[in-house]
Design a protein. Structure first.
Length: 175
């Protein structure tokens, strides 16, 4: 939700017409222009069936995830490496005496975050146990998105093919 004045200053959605993740780009532009942003929780106010199962989410995110990185492989691969290190590293650290305590503290912090999120959502705390599996799924989704878009030379979205070169130019222009 935007005030009309902010929407007009941003150029409306016409300025975002070649953006695959127009919502993310809009939020980035709001921030870049120094406009205020807020987040609100409306627990129970809206439900949406987004995808069937984990692989449905992976398939649905194929067009989006590479776009978040401006269709830049180095940026996506760098983020994937950082995610692997910081999200999966603590599990590896459990196996070594020198890193066991920091790993336990990190995993405890992750569990505490799940507990905090529970206060604002209906996500059960026990889902923290699925964290390592969800990390692998996120990493797979990121890499799959990049490979599919690079192999196809662009993105098919709403029945229209958008060439990668044009998407990259548009992403660079707005960032």
């Amino acid at each position: 939700m935007l005030r009309t004045s902010a929407y007009l200053e941003l150029g409306g959605f016409e300025a975002l017409r070649m953006q695959i993740v127009e919502d993310v780009t809009l939020a980035r532009r709001v921030k870049k222009l120094g406009m205020q942003q807020r987040m609100a929780f409306g627990l129970g106010m809206l439900t949406l069936h987004w995808a069937d199962g984990a692989m449905g989410v992976v398939t649905g995110m194929t067009k989006n995830l590479f776009a978040v990185f401006g269709f830049r492989p180095v940026a996506l691969l760098g983020a994937s490496a950082a995610m692997t290190l910081f999200w999966l590293g603590p599990f590896v650290g459990l196996g070594y005496p020198a890193t066991r305590l920091p790993a336990i503290l990190t995993l405890a912090a992750i569990a505490a975050l799940y507990r905090l999120i529970r206060c604002m959502s209906r996500v059960p705390v026990w889902t923290a146990l699925l964290f390592p599996f969800s990390v692998v799924l996120i990493l797979y989704s990121l890499l799959r998105s990049m490979v599919v878009v690079l192999n196809e030379g662009g993105v098919t979205w709403r029945g229209t093919f958008y060439p990668l070169a044009e998407l990259r130019r548009s992403a660079e222009r707005l960032h």
